[in-house]
Ligand binder design. Sequence first.
Ligand code: FES
Ligand SMILES: [Fe+2]
Length: 401
Amino acid sequence: MLEEKCDLAARALTHFQAGTSDLAEATMEVPISAYQDSDRYAKEVQAVFRQSPIVAALSVDLPEDGSYLAQEIAGTPLLLVRGTDGVVRAFLNVCRHRGARVCEPGRGQRTRFTCPYHAWTYDQEGSLTHLYGADKFGDFDRDTRGLLQLACAERSGLVFVCLDPQHTFDADVWLGGMQARLDSLGLADNWVLYEQRELPGAGWKATMDGYLEVYHHDIVHRTTVGRHTIGNLLVHDTFGPHQRLTFARRTIEDLQQPPTDEAQAESYIRLIHSVFPNLSVSGILGGHCLVSQIFPGPTPDCTITRQSILCAPGADDAAWHEAAQNFSQLALEAVRDEDYAVVATVQASLASISDGSFLFGRNEPGLQHYHRTVEQICSAGESERRAMGLTLQHGQNHAGT
Ligand code: FES
Ligand SMILES: [Fe+2]
């Protein structure tokens, strides 16, 4: 366990007492084309969401051996399956006979996946195990016709996948120092999934920006979640492409000296863990946690956000359900009715200012880091990508070999 919360609370207290915040070195100008140019969007989605690992699922989405989750992300039909060995594997949800979708989108428990077109059947490890009408089909090597497997790794209660079959990654290098911070959240085993929903939203960057700064909290969330935090005060740390944003809670007003007890320190701060490029873990508060996965849409102007409400396992009584429901409702309203409502107006403005730019303040270092990381990944050569844990693999991986 990292002994960090006292340090973070101390940094937040210093800023609160001095009226300061962690700042970037300078303001940063970003052209509007970075938000809406279709060619740029296609290239960035390819490099960032398909050739680099994204958080495709939470471990709690695949709770048992045989659990599966079929979904489409960035135009890729994805099938995640937890095998009898407990390992989560990722496959293209595409039949190796003639391309039908093997499993309908959704989730559940299954030991085998039978294609709805000609009934080719695959097991949990993606191997082709049964061929309908095999006596008339002709000979071929079944081992080369398993489902195409994608690079996949489970870390810290999160399932990382590279959607492009030609690309793979080293999860430990990719996460670097972020992994220990994520581990400290206990997402793998300290929480139960209470509720999950999908919210349509504005474009990828306009949506993501809202998760990476506290500048808007006193204004947009003035009467809701913003009441509990100090607006425009940020303690900012980066771990490679990933970031941790620490806000000060209003309770810090009562503090004269930095806390020395880790558990107590937590009551003065709020932590947001942002895993590049599509995950934000926030609002761990009184046994509740909001996890947001942002998935890019087919065009630059839309996204889908999957909100997962996690709760510490409790008595499972009326009080537990009421507290969970209240948190879930708060998370929904703050994001859908406050953040996404204002971000929709950003999206609607883009076309009218397409030659212009946005300006990120020194007090918005999270935005600056995210947008620089997108540029860095898109322009990186093979050796730079390797240093980040990203590698190109030659030839395709199919289950059964
Ligand atoms: S396309 Fe799947 S069995 Fe023919
Ligand atoms: Fe917000």
